[in-house]
Design a protein around this ligand. Structure first.
Ligand SMILES: *Cc1c(COP(=O)(O)O)cnc(C)c1O
Length: 362
């Protein structure tokens, strides 16, 4: 077996032990004589998986009882519209903080159903290189919520301390950093994220919604799009993405066995320190556009001195089985995605390669 060093931005690396477990259980799940792909989502065997995944998420993130945990389809992109459809309406306002392409998409959807405001944007000439400071935020105390993107996957920036929004709940797209570390959930009214970067495979979107927002959410929208429908039916209103939820459950067990989110945070901090350490050691060679205090622990973005050197970097990286290092087309250059399940060993090999490459080509 010759596994690649996987730095894909999403879908991204999964723990090897989890993939092996999936493989081992595939033909005969829990003694049923069938795979989990072939059994009812209303069977006892599946139900145990579904509830365990919820319970593990609750435990790892320390989510209090007044929050509901939902497993939905449609990706984070469907949440861009479900959030405003459920929580806004004609004339109802919400504050959006724009820190990249994903927040822009969320904002566009909100404009279709309500009257959102932009409370801050860090866009300069189509680029985003930082997270706004608290004093830059123009927050409306009457807003229904404040929407943020906690980690900007494409531009490589991340909120390190969340904005203070008073009594207005934060709604956060955490698609690319949920579970990277423990955090205090209390200022949040709703959190959503596609699983395929930091918690499992594509297909399931985790939504964590607080009781008061759920109670106030709208009922004059299509039934399938109401948070109330999914909360009431424990995400079994229709057939959920069972295989993805099953893998999320295995991933959560894997994290728990290794020490939970404080362990996860240590790993992620060590990985990011190693990569940014190399970038900062060769400041003439590796140019990181992001302001230091906005740097993402999940996605490190950098350029090389020329596009020729960038092409050469990727070519030599490929020979070493480093995958997924090309930056997003809107940014160019390189992006190292070092999500939860990218092993320390892969990061170490990449860091050594980056040091050698800089020395040879400077
Ligand atoms: C990848 C990503 C999305 C899009 O997720 P889908 O599941 O493809 O809809 C949204 N927001 C962020 C921050 C992302 O990284």
């Amino acid at each position: 077996m010759n596994r690649a060093h996987n730095f894909n931005p999403g879908p991204a690396a999964l723990p090897l032990e989890v993939l092996q477990r999936v493989q081992a259980e595939l033909l005969d799940f829990a003694g049923t004589g069938m795979s989990i792909l072939e059994i009812s989502h209303r069977s006892k065997d599946y139900e145990a998986v579904h509830n365990a995944a919820q319970q593990l998420l609750r435990e790892l993130l320390g989510i209090p009882e007044q929050y509901h945990i939902l497993f939905l389809g449609g990706g984070a992109s469907l949440q861009f519209s479900m959030v405003p459809m459920n929580l806004l309406g004609p004339g109802v306002s919400a504050d959006y903080i724009i820190t990249g392409a994903w927040s822009q998409k969320a904002w566009k959807e909100a404009k279709l159903v309500g009257s959102p405001r932009i409370a801050a944007t860090t866009e300069v000439d189509g680029k985003f290189t930082r997270i706004p400071k608290q004093e830059e935020l123009d927050l409306d105390p009457n807003a229904r919520f404040v929407h943020i993107t906690s980690n900007n996957t494409i531009f490589g920036t991340q909120w390190h301390t969340f904005p203070h929004t008073g009594s207005v709940p934060i709604v956060a797209d955490m698609s690319s950093d949920l579970l990277w570390r423990p955090f205090d959930i209390r200022p949040f009214g709703l959190i959503y994220g596609g699983a395929q970067k930091n918690l499992g495979p594509a297909g399931v979107t985790v939504v964590i919604i607080r009781e008061d927002l759920l109670a106030a959410s709208r009922e004059d929208i299509p039934i399938i799009l109401r948070y109330k429908t999914h909360a009431k039916e424990n995400s079994l209103y229709n057939t959920p993405p069972v295989f993805a939820i099953y893998i999320v459950k295995l991933v959560l067990e894997w994290i728990k066995e290794r020490g939970g989110l404080s362990w996860m945070e240590q790993e992620n901090r060590a990985k990011a320190a190693r990569i940014y350490g190399v970038i900062d050691a060769f400041p003439e060679f590796y140019r990181a556009p992001v302001e230091k205090d906005s740097r993402s622990f999940m996605n490190a973005v950098f350029r090389l001195p020329s596009e020729e050197l960038e092409a050469k970097f990727l070519e030599e990286a490929k020979k070493r089985r480093f995958v997924g290092l090309k930056g997003h087309r809107s940014v160019g250059g390189m992006r190292v995605s070092m999500y939860n399940f990218v092993p320390r060993a892969s990061i170490e090999e990449l860091a050594v390669f980056m040091e050698d490459f800089a020395k040879k080509n400077a």
